[in-house]
Design a protein around this ligand. Structure first.
Ligand code: GLA
Length: 393
């Protein structure tokens, strides 16, 4: 990858001295879905797949960007002092958003960059290729300028870029997992306080398998914002009598006592998902810690069913793929991961049955949907970071 990036940099920008290389992973969430913006817990990990960026600082206020994943878009030129969301800029709006939010936060960025991006996260698969390009950009700026901003604050700034510049009201999970990922560990994150702990993930004889439905996530952003509003409406109703800041401040029992306050049936279902999912997440982490992996698998299934029935973000393809996985003898647990509406599933599978798992669940899925799933055994890697620095001559 490094060589490809370097060659592309030389080709498009006509120089390649003193380059610095950065990487930010994608992420997969094991359990704790649609809980982050409800003040609950999530349990994601960073992948070894991710976004690379090679860069050189300029001496003027121009940013030039090129992506190996969108070659047809050519080089994008952006004026550092006039950054605005432009639909036609497509992928480049994500890094633009990061520049804009860092500047807004008071960082003294007066000189731009030449940057070539390239990544191996499948686009639109729900593995956070967007948060990955945001964080690789944030780390790049932070390192070149020696700002010394913490990984947590970089995650928050990248989330702000997504919320305010892109216009998706996402929670903190993706940016946090990508910024603070750790090899072979998942992160239990309290999305309200941002307190977190790492939990070792390697399990003898088991593999983590990501399966892509290859169903494009159409309308995902607008549906996401719709769920956000439904949860907010449930929260507003509950707060008339209960003193809480977030839906996930409630235990399942407490929620059951007060659920009658929620006027709208749909909002009630959304809230029930958030509250039960938060409890499942904490329980799953404890089970994993105690080596009770089978029971954790059962919670993954319960999580999927709640996302299907109460949150309604799964759809034909995700349901078909997890149902095929549940039928396979090698499967410990399987569920959709990420925002939903297409994208990927995550499964824990017995290593010795991995080949037959992919073959058989893939065949059932294809028969049901006419689509071919792609399977990846997920490597769990570290967070966003600088990879290397070339000496200038
Ligand atoms: C997307 C968002 C996250 C989170 C998940 C659902 O990935 O970016 O903040 O809400 O969906 O758990």
């Amino acid at each position: 990858m490094i060589e490809t990036l370097r060659a592309a940099f030389q080709q498009h920008f006509g120089h390649s001295e003193g380059l610095r290389y950065f990487f930010a992973p994608g992420r997969v969430n094991l359990i704790g879905e649609h809980t982050d913006y409800n003040g609950g817990h999530v349990f994601p990990c960073a992948l070894t797949l991710g976004t690379y960026a090679v860069s050189a600082k300029r001496s003027d206020g121009l940013i030039r960007m090129y992506s190996l994943n969108f070659e047809e878009d050519g080089v994008k030129e952006i004026d550092l002092f006039d950054i605005a969301y432009i639909e036609a800029d497509g992928w480049a709006n994500y890094p633009k958003g990061v520049f804009s939010k860092l500047i807004e936060a008071g960082m003294d960025i007066k000189e731009g960059f030449d940057i070539v991006y390239g990544g191996n996260i499948p686009n639109g698969a729900g593995l956070s290729s967007s948060a990955s390009i945001e964080l690789v950009t944030a780390v790049l700026i932070n390192e070149w300028y020696s700002f010394g901003v913490s990984s947590v604050d970089l995650a928050l700034l990248a989330q702000r870029a997504e919320n305010e510049f892109i216009g998706v009201g996402c929670g903190i999970m993706d940016q946090f997992a990508i910024s603070l990922g750790k090899e072979d560990h998942a992160i239990l994150l309290n999305c309200d306080s941002l307190s977190f702990e790492y939990s070792p993930l390697r399990q003898e004889g088991l593999s983590l398998v990501i399966a892509n439905t290859n169903k494009k996530r159409t309308l995902a952003d607008s549906k996401y914002n719709e769920r956000l509003a439904e949860c907010q409406s449930a929260l507003d109703d509950l707060r008339k009598e209960v003193d809480i800041r977030h839906l996930c401040d409630l235990t399942v029992d407490k929620f059951a006592q007060h659920a009658y306050l929620i006027q709208d049936v749909t909002s009630l279902k959304r809230a029930r998902h958030a509250v039960t999912e938060n409890e499942r997440t904490l329980e799953a982490v404890n089970l994993l810690r105690d080596g009770k992996i089978g029971e954790m698998g059962a919670l993954m299934k319960a999580s999927h069913l709640s996302l299907k029935n109460d949150y309604e973000v799964t759809g034909l393809e995700l349901d078909a793929l997890v149902e095929a996985a549940w039928r396979h003898p090698g499967t410990i647990g399987s569920r959709m991961t990420g925002a939903g509406f297409g994208g990927c599933t995550i499964s824990i599978v017995k290593e010795e049955l991995l080949d037959s798992f992919m073959k058989e669940s893939g065949a059932i899925y294809e028969e049901k949907t006419g689509l071919q799933a792609s399977f990846y055994t997920a490597g769990i890697g570290g967070g966003a970071r600088e990879l290397m620095k070339e000496e200038s001559e």
